[in-house]
Write a protein that binds this ligand. Structure first.
Ligand SMILES: Nc1nc2c(ncn2[C@@H]2O[C@H](COP(=O)(O)OP(=O)(O)OP(=O)(O)O)[C@@H](O)[C@H]2O)c(=O)[nH]1
Ligand SMILES: [Mg+2]
Length: 335
């Protein structure tokens, strides 16, 4: 299955939401163009002489006016693009097109074009540096998908011939360490653990020492989930970063913020807070399968411009895809 159809398949709920929204907006036109009667079937003669098939029935159209733009804007806000982005996208669609009669398909294409334009600059894979080990710190709120994403990434980097190590920086929960060990086994990557309740910053330091000694290309450090309003946990994160920098002032080379797409607009606050504490260098958006809130990626890209390195589209090890702006835009609007 091609990436686009897989993504479209899994983004069904988002795309249905926006797609049906667009159909609804165009169908709300006061003057609906009458549908032509279906053309007679081409018959034997037609088939023999290759008569062109009858043109598909004309799609309903609606003149682009203020009322329609307002509906479009509301629909985009509903689809989690946020007010600012919805306004900008709508204004761009309107530019030079007021009064023109558009069909739902044309509207989808225009919208996909605008969304792709916003997303293109942020569609960038995780950069790989010559530095050994390249330290990738993974942060985010509880349950965002950090541990799962580390397992998936470790597997991909290993398949690409990199030597990878994982550090279980979530030292609070025994279950968290076990979960990471299972992912390590699946990916075929060693997992460094510390005693339960020990300081995650010192585990990070030890893991860097070992990764260096063993010549690992990549060290991925998992961290405990933390809500952005817990000052103590956020301070702990800042401490992890300080200690990592004692070992290597250029580390962490990547700080990945993992966001759960189903949290919708709250993702914007999460980026705001984590950025202040941990100098976030890129995003991974998980759970894009089966959510109707994929639109929040557009709001994030528009507001922060942080690279989106990958998207999670399921719970299995290969359910992590590169982020492609065009595919995403088309899938989101149901094209
Ligand atoms: N459907 C779907 N589920 C996902 C995806 N990524 C993670 N999950 C699921 O989300 C749940 C939480 O994932 P974890 O990786 O444990 O999240 P975490 O951020 O490490 O959680 P804490 O360590 O508790 O903060 C698990 O049930 C995962 O299987 C995804 O892309 N799609
Ligand atoms: Mg975890």
């Amino acid at each position: 299955m091609s990436f686009l159809s897989k993504l479209r398949d899994r983004l069904t709920r988002s795309s249905t939401k926006i797609g049906e929204g667009l159909d609804g907006i165009v169908d709300a036109a006061p003057e609906v163009v009458p549908q032509p009667a279906p053309a007679p079937s081409p018959g034997l003669v037609g088939r023999l002489f290759g008569t062109a098939p009858a043109a598909p029935p004309e799609e309903p159209r609606r003149a682009l006016d203020d009322a329609m733009l307002e509906e479009l804007e509301d629909m985009l806000v509903q689809a989690d693009l946020g007010v600012d982005t919805a306004l900008r996208v709508t204004a761009n669609i309107a530019e030079g097109r007021m009064g023109r009669r558009v069909s739902s398909t044309e509207l989808r294409q225009l919208l996909a074009g605008e969304i792709a334009r916003i997303m293109a600059p942020v569609a960038r894979p995780l950069p790989i540096y010559p530095k050994k080990p390249q330290v990738v710190l993974v942060v985010g709120v509880n349950g965002a998908g950090k541990t799962t994403t580390i397992g998936k990434l470790a597997s991909q980097f290993r398949a690409a011939g990199k030597s990878v190590m994982i550090a279980a920086g979530d030292t609070f929960r025994a279950a968290a360490v076990e979960q990471l060990q299972i992912w390590g086994q699946r990916a075929g990557v060693p997992v460094m653990v510390a005693a339960q309740g020990s300081d995650p910053a010192s585990l990070a330091f030890d893991a860097m020492t070992r990764a260096e000694a063993e010549g690992a290309d990549l060290l991925m450090i998992d961290t405990a989930g933390r809500l952005q309003n817990r000052a103590d946990l956020m301070e702990e994160l800042a401490k992890i970063v300080r200690v990592i920098r004692k070992k290597d002032p250029t580390a962490p080379h990547n700080t990945l913020l993992v966001l759960d797409a189903t949290t919708g607009q709250n993702a914007l606050n999460q980026v705001e807070t984590f950025r202040q504490l941990a100098d976030v260098s890129g995003l991974v958006m998980t759970k894009l399968d089966g959510t109707a809130r994929g639109g929040v990626l557009v709001a994030l890209a528009d507001r922060f411009g942080l690279p989106i390195h990958a998207i999670g589209v399921g719970e299995q090890i290969d359910d992590l895809d590169a982020f492609d702006a065009n595919d995403f835009a088309r899938a989101l609007v149901g094209l």
